[in-house]
Design a protein around this ligand. Structure first.
Ligand code: PMP
Length: 328
């Protein structure tokens, strides 16, 4: 019989799927991370951060995991915590959809919601709130995905080698969004090392985020972009960083669902817009791998909701409410 002892044993090993139907020009391959058991790329770092904290003694039996997370890291942590008997308390910014927060609760985690529109130094910010909880809860351990070297290390150990093996070493470009920077730093550095620097690493970033030279002004794509420079991000890894607007990200996200049957999150649309821009100028024999961090079910009330899209001007107002749209 072939079976896993536990769902958390099935992290990683995600497939590559070709994007588009074109038979000429660069090959664009999506690494479909929503096929991880917790539904996102973040399962990888959760597993490795917990393993390392147990090994170092920072996380002890019966301990509590406290982390500021936009949802996906929380799901990964909660999945493994459940298996190993830890309590989880997660701190989320209020822009994170209620669906995503309810998923964390369903896994048995506690969720604390904080305002997005405050400075990172403000006592109510989600960074400060999580620090306070770590001080107050006995046996608390904060993975701190923004600074924990095990985040990028998990991608160096798994995501990078998977891409290299699946493409038989023919990958020429790797494109990914930058949130904590763990994915692009770990995967990017592995692909650079194994290829002797041949593979080009391209970051995708929401317009307004610091990585692409912005001031940190708000944008709506979730999970990517920052208003500060996290330690998990290796500033030297990217050969190029492409800024993508919310509108372009969301339209591409909807197109992926409608035309390629990939129901994925907004940061996936953003990364694919960047990958397509890379493909426009890359040599015809290029193999461009773009990482899709999570699935689209957590965004049904937003990106996939016509009224929500229209309320931000991403769709014309009429298109949001016509009978034809409902029937389509
Ligand atoms: N997309 C989504 C939906 C995410 O949750 C994250 C993680 N914050 C990312 C992209 C970016 O990944 P990383 O933190 O590894 O840069």
């Amino acid at each position: 019989m072939r079976y896993a002892e536990h769902i958390s044993d099935l992290v990683g090993g995600t497939p590559l799927v070709k994007l588009g139907s074109s038979t000429s020009g660069p090959l664009v391959l999506a690494k479909v991370e929503y096929l991880n058991p917790g539904g996102s790329v973040k399962d990888r770092i959760a597993l490795r951060m917990i393993d390392a904290a147990e090994a170092s003694g920072e996380l002890r039996p019966g301990g509590t995991i406290v982390e500021p997370t936009s949802g996906n890291t929380g799901i990964g942590l909660a999945m493994i915590a459940q298996r190993r008997g830890y309590r989880c308390v997660f701190v989320c910014p209020d822009k994170v959809g209620e669906d995503k927060r309810n998923v964390l609760k369903a896994f048995g985690a506690e969720v604390v919601v904080c305002p997005t529109a405050v400075d990172p130094d403000h006592p109510d910010s989600y960074y400060q709130t999580s620090d306070r909880l770590v001080r107050e809860i006995e046996g608390a351990w904060k993975p701190n995905q923004y600074a924990n070297p095990e985040g990028p290390a998990s991608h160096y150990a798994t995501t990078g080698p998977e891409i290299w093996e699946a493409t038989e070493g023919r990958v020429t470009h790797f494109v990914a969004g930058i949130g904590t920077g763990g994915t692009i730093s770990g995967t990017g550095n592995y692909l650079k090392d194994v290829s002797g620097g041949r593979v080009k690493i391209i970051g995708a970033d929401p317009e307004g985020s610091v990585y692409s030279g912005g001031t940190g002004r708000p944008y709506l794509v979730e999970g990517v972009g920052e208003d500060f420079w996290p330690d998990a991000y290796d500033k030297t890894v990217c050969d190029d960083i492409i800024a993508v607007s919310d509108a372009d990200s969301f339209h591409e996200t909807r197109r992926l669902a409608r035309e390629e049957a990939l129901l994925v999150g907004g940061s996936c649309g953003m990364a694919v817009v960047a990958a397509k821009r890379v493909a426009e100028t890359a040599p015809a024999d290029s193999v461009i791998v773009v990482l899709l961090p999570d699935g689209g079910r957590g965004y049904l009330g937003k990106v996939f909701n016509d009224s929500w899209m229209a309320s931000y001007g991403f769709l014309p107002p009429t298109e949001g409410a016509t009978v034809g749209d409902v029937l389509r």
